[in-house]
Design a protein around this ligand. Structure first.
Ligand code: F6P
Length: 554
């Protein structure tokens, strides 16, 4: 059972508020000085991954109070409720069991009185058979040629997960090239398909609901493109498969139900990469690698279930995040992978985190009086250094950041990797230690700058430092490591949602825009008098302006 407790009414919350004043008056440099064992004390390992929490503005007492906060807010009961398959997504009446998808039957779970382990295993087998057929060339297109390209059509969780993982695991790509089309902007589907051969292209239409406007529009355009070749309707079965929970709609679209890979309403869209939504990964990386990815996720689930708070990586990530958002005033969190292939990782967790915890109503239905989910953003290093790091180092905002790096590169070319790693280490060091006025002046003097020049410029060259970061270092970017990392972030989000007393698995906030877009579409497609009455002056004015530019007059 979820315990619907207002965290700001707990004893721990009050103490954390007081503690924040003390921490604000101290510095990371001092914390390191006063504890030579700080690195050892504040790093945690899982498999090859090391999570260095030592460059965070925390001490033993902060952790102890966060542990108390978790106890007062019922985090343990919340985790149990999730893993046991209780319908904790109460606003949609659904269980939250994405972790069961990577569990390989280790736990027996029932939903509505029926075991879900067998259906999960059956879909994995179907994915394996299908990907094997495709990779071996035994699945032929309508003209007898093998499939060389997969186009995954989906959006949000039906796109970001597979796309992010496919990119992150580039060194594991096989000869089948995966493409991802999400935006309803025709540019996306046109630019993707323009160089593809319909005879050798297979479409995966990925949509939990099979009714999302963007996905269905792109799917219909893909079908029209396919049928403009020598193919006929009956050939669709060889070139279109569906991943969905909605069999009826899949059949309505014209996809053979034997080409459908199911998942279930207890898998949230943004947590669905572990389900058949990962079909493109099984095909483009090989099923074995997809399975390794799932096993990596399971490893983190086991770690979460078996570790005490002090050793528990997702709990520490969650607690430190809450500490920054609610007590030290952070509005955002940056995720900076020093791994070019992980260039969509921050975007993926923008949805994962912001769609889950961007809520202003608590589980009792009351307005929230404290901050919930932070703004998530980021880009790979070193590129970010030449874009937004200026603000991270010298801006007026407080931005905790996660840095992710791997010791060994898949690309042993010259000294690229040492340079990449030296930048990662240097940035976290610079954020923490900064540069004092005395250091700047000494540096300028040594360079031979005049006293006038030093007096004028030195203030601008000072770095206040004391900016926190967590470093996450793995041995090598592998499917297992990525699976574990994603699961850690997922659990962090879940735990934070429990503490913030919000429902992390619905997303009502995206509905209004969808509804209004449906009322605007006819006003753009047909001339309609309705525009005169139904909209506010700005929206009405914009519609009229756009229609005029498009040669329509209403
Ligand atoms: O953006 C809202 C949302 O419902 C997401 O949660 C989901 O991942 C996405 O749309 C796509 O939905 P579907 O898989 O049903 O097409």
């Amino acid at each position: 059972m979820l315990q619907n407790i207002n965290p700001s009414q707990t004893k721990a919350w009050e103490k954390l508020k007081q503690k924040a004043e003390e921490i604000k008056a101290s510095s990371l440099k001092d914390l390191f000085k006063s504890d030579p064992q700080r690195f050892e004390r504040l790093t945690r390992n899982h498999e090859s991954l090391l999570f260095d929490f030592s460059k965070n503005l925390i001490d033993e007492e902060v952790l102890m109070l966060l542990k108390q906060l978790f106890a007062e807010c019922g985090v343990e009961a919340g985790l149990k409720a999730m893993f046991d398959g209780e319908k904790i997504n109460e606003t949609e009446g659904r269980a939250v069991l994405h972790s069961q998808l990577r569990n390989f039957g280790a736990r027996a779970i029932e939903v509505d009185g029926a075991s879900i382990n067998e259906p999960i295993a059956a879909v994995l087998e179907q994915m394996q058979d299908f990907s094997d057929l495709l990779i071996s060339g035994n699945w032929k297109g309508f003209s007898g040629k093998t499939i060389k390209h997969i186009v995954n059509i989906g959006i949000g969780g039906s796109d970001l997960g597979p796309l992010m993982v496919y990119e992150a695991l580039k060194p594991y790509h096989n000869h089948i090239k995966c493409h991802y089309v999400s935006n309803v902007d025709a540019a996306h589907i046109h630019e993707t398909l323009k160089d593809l051969d319909p005879e050798q292209t297979l479409f995966i239409i990925a949509s939990k609901t099979f009714s999302t406007q963007e996905t269905m529009t792109n799917a219909h355009s893909a079908r029209a493109w396919f049928l403009r070749s020598d193919a006929s309707e009956k050939d669709i079965a060889k070139h279109f498969v569906a991943v969905s929970t909605n069999r009826e709609k899949v059949v309505d679209f014209g996809i053979d139900p034997s080409n459908m890979f199911v998942f279930w309403d207890w898998v949230g869209g943004r947590y669905s990469v572990w389900s058949a939504i990962g079909l493109s990964l099984a095909c483009g990386l090989g099923y074995k690698n997809f399975e390794k990815f799932l096993r990596g996720g399971k490893g983190m689930d086991d770690h979460l279930a078996q570790s005490e708070f002090d050793q528990n990586i997702p709990m520490l990530m969650a607690g430190i995040g809450i500490w920054y958002v609610n007590f030290l005033g952070a509005e955002s969190e940056a995720i900076i992978p020093y791994d070019q292939n992980m260039h969509r990782f921050a975007a993926y967790f923008q949805q994962g985190n912001m769609e889950s915890n961007g809520k202003d109503t608590d589980r009792n239905g009351d307005p929230i009086t404290y901050h919930t989910g932070p703004i998530i953003w980021g880009e790979p290093g070193t590129n970010g250094q030449h874009a937004f790091f200026q603000l991270m180092h010298q801006g007026s905002r407080f931005i905790p950041a996660d840095f992710i790096a791997f010791a060994e590169s898949h690309y042993p070319i010259g000294d690229h990797h040492s340079k990449l790693l030296s930048n990662f280490l240097a940035q976290t060091e610079a954020l923490m230690v900064g540069k004092t006025a005395e250091e700047v002046e000494a540096e300028m003097q040594a360079r031979g700058d005049s006293p006038e020049q030093i007096a004028k410029v030195s203030p601008f060259r000072v770095f206040k430092g004391n900016r926190p970061s967590t470093s996450i270092v793995g041995a090598k970017s592998t499917p297992e490591a990525l699976g574990a990392l994603i699961a850690a972030y997922e659990h962090k989000i879940f735990i934070q949602g429990i503490v913030w007393n919000i429902y992390s698995f619905d997303q009502w906030g995206v509905e209004l825009g969808k509804q209004l877009a449906n009322t605007i579409l006819p006003l753009l497609e047909n001339q309609s008098e309705e525009v005169e009455i139904s909209k506010d002056a700005s929206t009405k004015g914009l519609i009229k302006y756009i229609n005029r530019l498009r040669g329509k007059n209403n």
